[in-house]
Design a protein around this ligand. Structure first.
Ligand code: IFM
Length: 444
């Protein structure tokens, strides 16, 4: 069951989240090529070689989609702006159709009484910047600050909040060390540079937006609970290393202006020269922090070079991503983040949700597993709030079934089912259950 609004502190914000490349249809409206287009066009990288050219066609269907956000009773909508839609060359002359699109979207949200929560970058790097080395090239930080200025000069007067970069771990580690996301590299030197430059870009954009007078600026980090696979000291140390790489590196950089020693053990020889001098910019003060949380991992030692660890399958029930369902991890991160990094700063759960192989039966989608998942995670949020953690909001990932990156369109995270042949939207039982809990018109 999804706990009702009354369970949460006064002014607690409920929302749902999406991202540009995953729903808009990047083939529309003059958007430039991105590294996800070329990654997807390379055989073997993406399931069925699917890309974001059409996606959910949100570019044309956004009024219907915003009605769905409002109908569920949400207060806010978290969306992202595509860098390549706004600046097809990554810099220089903006694409007027791109800026007009985000302008209409923000006005459409306000007209429905919804708070626009914008994220500037959710992974669609313009190809001309990828050609120059992408996140490995220090210049990307200046280009990103310029992009932030262009976007916020247009919509900054009407958005409720702004986040810089979604999930720096994915931008850097998943994409340059594990090679699973664009640009698909497996190189430790590229990784070290991307890990640092993604935070430098965050800091430079924050400075640029402050100079424009923009307020309510935050950063969004993804967290995975890291548990040892057994009782051995080696497994404990593998879990500590995983936690440092995945969770603590980015929080430490932004809130303590240092990187954890367990990560520097491996990355120090590959860091860009003089990286220590950037830590003041990276630590630019913020107004809030966002945590994206889905699962936990069990870690064991592995032979070979640093980080010398491997994931081991766990015993808990899993989502369609194969991710264990472990709501307690969210409670852990809310408490630890406040205690060790952010103090009184508001914390938002900026993403939480699950993939499930939903199929309509007689026009209905009974996603009871998703209702249970959201309800159990929200119970953790309510308990943390009752303990005094300043958690101020919760966003479900995601409004619509969408492009799940290297897994294509097969993994369905939406509260609303999308038929990718007809693009018809059908609200699932979870959408109706949220409407019931939040007082939305779609309550059933
Ligand atoms: O779909 C992604 C999203 O783009 C970023 N956070 C995790 C989601 C589920 O994998």
């Amino acid at each position: 069951m999804i706990p009702p609004r009354s369970t949460f502190p006064k002014d607690f914000v409920f929302g749902t989240a999406t991202s540009a490349y995953q729903i808009e249809g990047h083939g529309f409206g003059g958007a430039g090529s991105t590294h996800w287009d070329t990654f997807a066009a390379t055989p073997g990288n993406v399931a069925n070689a699917e890309d974001g050219r059409v996606a959910c066609d949100h570019y044309h269907r956004w009024p219907e989609d915003l009605d769905l956000v409002a109908g569920a009773g949400f207060d806010a909508y978290r969306f992202s702006t595509s860098w390549a839609r706004v600046l097809p060359e990554g810099r220089g002359t903006p694409n007027p159709e791109g800026l007009d699109f985000y302008d209409r979207l923000v006005d459409g949200l306000l007209a429905r009484g919804l708070r626009p929560a914008v994220t500037l970058y959710h992974w669609e790097l313009p190809s001309p910047l990828a050609d120059l080395g992408g996140w490995q090239n220090r210049d990307v930080a200046e280009r990103f600050a310029e992009f932030a200025e262009v976007v916020m000069s247009r919509i900054g007067d009407r958005v409720w909040s702004v986040a810089t970069i979604n999930e720096p771990w994915c931008v850097a580690w998943l994409s340059h060390f594990l090679g699973q996301h664009a640009p698909g590299l497996r190189d430790i030197r590229a990784t070290a540079r991307a890990m640092h430059h993604v935070l430098l870009a965050h800091g430079r954009a924050t400075e640029a937006m402050r100079a424009l007078g923009v307020g309510n600026i935050g950063a969004v980090f993804n967290m995975e609970y890291a548990a040892p696979a057994d009782d051995s000291p080696e497994a404990a140390s593998a879990a500590t290393r995983y936690d440092a790489i995945y969770n603590r590196f980015f929080l430490s950089g932004v809130f303590h202006c240092t990187y954890p020693p367990e990560v520097l053990d491996g990355l120090a020889p590959h860091m860009p020269a003089g990286w220590q001098d950037d830590m003041g910019v990276i630590g630019a003060p913020l107004d809030w922090v966002g945590l994206n949380y889905y699962t936990r991992k069990l870690l064991a030692p592995a032979p070979g070079p640093w980080p010398a660890l491997q994931e081991v399958p766990g015993p808990l029930p899993k989502t369609d991503m194969g991710w264990e369902i472990y709501p307690e991890g969210l409670g852990f991160f809310l408490r630890r983040t406040a205690r060790e990094y952010t103090g009184d700063l508001p914390i938002y759960v900026t993403e939480n949700g699950m993939a499930w192989p939903d199929r309509p039966v007689d026009g209905h989608i009974d996603d009871a597993a998703r209702i249970d998942y959201i309800g159990r995670h929200l119970a953790q949020v309510a308990a943390a709030a009752a303990d005094g953690v300043p958690v101020a909001g919760y966003f479900v990932w995601s409004l619509l079934d969408n492009y799940e990156w290297a897994l294509g369109y097969d993994k369905r995270f939406g509260l609303v089912h999308v038929d990718f042949e007809t693009l018809e939207r059908t609200p699932k039982a979870s959408w109706h259950a949220l409407a019931r809990a939040l007082g939305g018109a779609g309550a059933r």
